[in-house]
Design a protein around this ligand. Sequence first.
Ligand code: F6R
Length: 242
Amino acid sequence: MRIYKAKDYNDLSRKAANIISAQIIMKPDAVIGLATGASPIGTYKQLIEWYKKGDLDFSEIRTVNLDEYKGLAADNPQSYAYYMHTNLFDSVNIPAENINIPNGLEFDAAIECARYDTVLQKLGGIDLQLLGIGGNGHIGFNEPGNNFDKSTHCVALTENTIQANSRFFDSIDEVPKFAYTMGIKNIMQAKSILLIASGEAKAQAMYDSFYGPITPSCPGSILQLHNNVTVVADEAALSLIL
Ligand code: F6R
């Protein structure tokens, strides 16, 4: 595991975008796993800037998103599909057919999870998976206590995560209570992982993930068992570590 300390959020975003762009340059048809949330917004902005300057080409890459709220349509402004289009896809040249996101509108969890696992399998695995981390150590929507051996599944979100996500909704009642997520098993099968974290609210989760015991009570701790993890985090997020 490599940990890079960034000066601030801008520096973090630039470093993370550099790692993603190196992957795309070295393997133009790479399979890139993507995350949503606040952490990657600056990274996506930087990638868009380089694309617009003509330094990056997304025409062959394939993308797979980590997760999606169950019950939200792709055109719902709170859905992760909408987020991805607004923050990245609509501004670069990724062909629509190369984009993969769990379908929040599939009511039958067994059908959707099996479909998404098949998508991942047919793509031949993820070359680089971008991850954020929750204040409670969750990765994707794999919450504390969730088994490490799961592939794509439907989760009931914890109160902690519902609270954290409520900032994106008009009221907490509108936050969906279930989500589809890649499981720890899918994440651990990625050939390389890039985890980004910013702010003091992530400091404990970062400590527990990289210096604590490997335990489902801190899902991020499983990353200690992956042999190609790069962490880019700002000083506040690393304050308990470095
Ligand atoms: C998002 C995801 C989540 C977030 C995590 C951190 O697709 O899978 O695990 O990465 O909740 O969110 P932010 O970046 O908003 O702090």
